[in-house]
Write a protein that binds this ligand. Structure first.
Ligand code: RNT
Ligand code: ZN
Length: 415
């Protein structure tokens, strides 16, 4: 049964020429790739350890961190149950689930089968990432661009295996897995041979991705970065490096919202990139002063990003992944809030009078465009979102608060 609030909101949007039922139907078709690493502060489940590198840092020590794959899956089950729709899980290679202790250059599909079985059971897709950090061979913040060929080969082997694992996941689940490559490689102080480092990275990537695997199973993606803590002066895989690489080699390009200068708009980049690159991967994140990976808010940056995806018709060739990790709050709440905010931002974009706005802009009628954008802010988006949650039997408002707090109370005793 439809609520009175929804009925009245639907009529208000209809007045603007917007079909709210169509918006909700479209929203239901968009999977968000939920990053496993928010659940345990990017630690992973390897027996070995190392420093994260490249400026990846989860701060905080809130009780309840998932300590093993079973706990992480339980947390994800809870989180997904508070989120409307069917989604994906984005796994990092260091989240293997096995009693064996393979090094990174020894991992294989069978180390991840519990994840695939779980994903099948829950109707989720999987995405994947080689882990080029938190390992003794990455302690110099150099991996695929390391001057030592032996170290490069180690990481190339890791990357190859990850592509094969991801492709097999894609095959098993009937939905292509994105395998996203991010390396921490860079230099703390001013380098004198940037060219050599970039040539090495390029050659390593080429070797790693030499085997052609079907796009129905695997989408290769490459992720750039501006800088990280410890690599302040140069990142080998800069935006220009990977933009060029993706265009020339036909890979997807990953844009992480924390990987640009703080005054740059990542939303603005989408349409430019999309003219030259077929597939786009987003790492939706919230940088505060630096690439701090705060939980995403329903703020202007997120709203602008969603609006670009919708208005530029980029959803069919964009994979939306999240990338944030906050260890000062309930980790499950962080997931739920972040994914729901992404969905709310998309919903807002679907509910805007796109045709009217574009017509005004096309006619250079910027007054009408401004009136429309500003008056549209007062439309009852909340009632449409609440209807979406009701239809999916997931809580909103106070109900959500109680659920999130209840779960956090249950996991808080974990050591
Ligand atoms: C690091 C990149 C990268 C990682 C994950 C864990 O700055 O954003 O995407 O956050 O691979
Ligand atoms: Zn990222």
């Amino acid at each position: 049964m439809m609520s009175k609030d929804y009925d009245s909101a639907r009529a208000q949007f209809a007045d603007w020429g917007v079909d709210t039922d169509a918006a909700l139907a479209t929203l239901s078709t968009i999977p968000i790739s939920v990053h496993c690493w928010q659940g345990d502060d990017v630690r992973g489940f390897e027996k070995r350890s190392g420093t994260s590198g490249g400026g990846i840092q989860a701060t905080g020590n809130h009780p309840g961190r998932a300590r093993n794959p079973d706990e992480l899956r339980a947390d994800l089950d809870f989180a997904f149950a508070q989120i409307p729709g069917k989604h994906r899980l984005n796994l990092h290679a260091c989240y293997l689930d096995t009693h064996e202790s393979p090094d990174r250059d020894q991992i294989a599909y069978h180390h991840f089968t519990p994840w695939v079985d779980w994903a099948k059971d829950k109707g989720l897709g999987l995405d994947f990432n080689p882990t080029f950090f938190a390992h003794a061979k990455a302690d110099d913040n150099l991996t695929l661009s390391h001057p030592d060929a032996g170290i490069r080969d180690f990481w190339i082997e890791h990357g190859k295996r990850c592509r094969e694992i991801a492709a097999q996941m894609g095959r098993e689940l009937g939905t292509a897995a994105v395998n996203n490559i991010w390396v921490p490689d860079g230099s703390k102080d001013t380098p004198v041979d940037r060219m050599a480092a970039r040539r090495r990275l390029e050659t390593s990537l080429d070797t790693m991705m030499a085997d052609k695997l079907p796009k129905s199973e695997l989408i290769d993606a490459v992720e750039s970065k501006l800088f990280g803590i410890g690599v302040e002066s140069m990142t080998v895989g800069s935006h220009e490096f990977y933009l060029g690489y993706a265009i020339r080699k036909g890979t997807a390009l990953c844009l992480d919202m924390g990987h640009f200068h703080p005054t740059e708009s990542v939303a603005d980049k989408l349409s430019s990139v999309a003219l030259s690159v077929e597939d786009i991967l987003l790492h939706v994140s919230r940088p505060v002063r630096w690439d701090s990976d705060h939980v995403i808010l329903l703020n202007d940056d997120l709203i602008a990003m969603a609006q670009e995806l919708v208005f530029a018709d980029l959803l069919p060739r964009t994979r939306i992944g999240l990338d944030f990790f906050d260890a000062t709050i309930s980790r499950t709440a962080a997931w739920v809030i972040g994914v729901r905010n992404m969905q709310k931002a998309l919903l807002r974009a679907f509910l805007l009078p796109q045709d009217k706005l574009k017509a005004a802009e096309n006619a250079l009628d910027f007054t009408t465009r401004l009136i429309l954008t500003e008056e549209a802010r007062d439309l009852p988006f909340a009632a449409i979102w609440a209807e979406h949650c009701n239809r999916a039997s997931v809580p909103v408002g106070q109900g959500l608060l109680a659920k999130l707090q209840g779960y956090q109370d249950r996991v808080a005793a974990r050591g």
